[in-house]
Ligand binder design. Sequence first.
Ligand SMILES: NC(=O)c1ccc[n+]([C@@H]2O[C@H](COP(=O)([O-])OP(=O)(O)OC[C@H]3O[C@@H](n4cnc5c(N)ncnc54)[C@H](OP(=O)(O)O)[C@@H]3O)[C@@H](O)[C@H]2O)c1
Length: 431
Amino acid sequence: MRNGDPTVGIGILGAGTVGGTLVRRLVDDREAIQAKTGIDLHVRRIAVRDPAKPRAFHVPAELVTDDPGLVVDDPDVQLVVEVMGGKDPAGSLVHAALEAGKPVVTANKELIAAHGAELIALAERRGVPLLFEAAVGGGIPIIRPLAETLAGEQIERVAGIVNGTTNYILTRMGDGDDYADALAEAQALGYAEPDPTADVSGADAAAKAAILASLAFGTWVGSDAVPFEGIDRLRREDIEFARFLGYEVKLLAIATRTAAGVCARVHPAMIPAGHPLASIRAATNAIFITGPSVDELLFAGPGAGGEPTATAVLGDVIDAAREILAGAVVAPRIRFSPGEIADFGGVATKWYVRLEVEDEPGVLAQIAAAFGEEQVSIKSVWQEGEGSGATLLIITHRAAEARQRSAVESVRALDVVRSVAATLRVESPEV
Ligand SMILES: NC(=O)c1ccc[n+]([C@@H]2O[C@H](COP(=O)([O-])OP(=O)(O)OC[C@H]3O[C@@H](n4cnc5c(N)ncnc54)[C@H](OP(=O)(O)O)[C@@H]3O)[C@@H](O)[C@H]2O)c1
């Protein structure tokens, strides 16, 4: 501790859902935090867009500014917390703070997934920490376990539910709602933004998958290397059919290390009803980490929300403040080595395919032949309906993504197939 003074000056960029809660906790719990950690965290400056907006915290008005540059440049600010969101100006502010030798704590998955490699390298050059526990899994400790606690494990796979909004919508659809009603309900409860695109398209989960894959395998995986599909085209029927077949539908982020390289992907998938991820309901997040020595570790809890996320940010703030007080140049917590990014087209899964077909003899033989030409074999088939048309539910054996896609295109072209109504990957049993 420098000169025995336990004070660390904090500057905060953004005081909305996460930042507002963080400021309140830093102010209200200041003594309790000092009693437990020996560190006196002192809020020096806060940047917001509109300083006149009413806030749920009480600080002297002169601490609040609409100029985020003032927060970064303030000589009394020793540590910068970025909870504004977005890539810009958050990225240039984080860059400036690190360049000035100030540790940075951020909750910004979008920024880290897009520019984490450069920012982490900059932090290393400047000898300061860049911490982002809150960027994935909200209140769930997952970044530190992956990067630090499990640094000695040869992690094979990270897979889980990392977007609470979509899990809430899927839970409601499983309870009988249509997609539009479930989304409207998620918006009314504040789980989904007025513009829900980032969540329902899978883009938010893809940013988190990129971060998890990078930390798990030590090879940087940018968000542009993560193929993603969302839940916006899912129909309630497919969730019901999945149940009938013994599965639940979840939006999964999956990162694996294969002989061909690291692969991260996000898409809805059917998982066996008995798998622990199948019972994760509403806005809860849950992430499995698999490795040869630890076998399987499950991390679960609230993946978003002001209070849980502010707790994760606060943990990082205390960690970084401890290093400021120690006065040491900080060794990097993780280093990234070059590595191959495997093509999703080579990843093998089973597929569920729902077809609307003519109900006439020989249909199944034609469909099986079309799959067979791509070396995709059919595991099971169910037929529903009567009259001139029928619904076929097909589950294939495992085959590479590229082959499954070509097979479905060949099936779509058959005269006896009225439509390919839905396709879903089946992740079983290992998920
Ligand atoms: N919400 C969650 O549950 C959650 C969970 C995990 C991670 N995160 C991440 O945490 C970050 C913050 O999320 P949030 O939900 O707290 O966002 P939010 O409620 O929209 O708050 C954003 C804050 O930043 C301020 N701000 C935005 N642009 C600014 C600018 N150019 N200059 C000055 N101030 C600016 C806003 O000011 P005004 O208040 O004046 O508008 C607001 O106080 C994001 O990166 C998000 O991905 C959020």
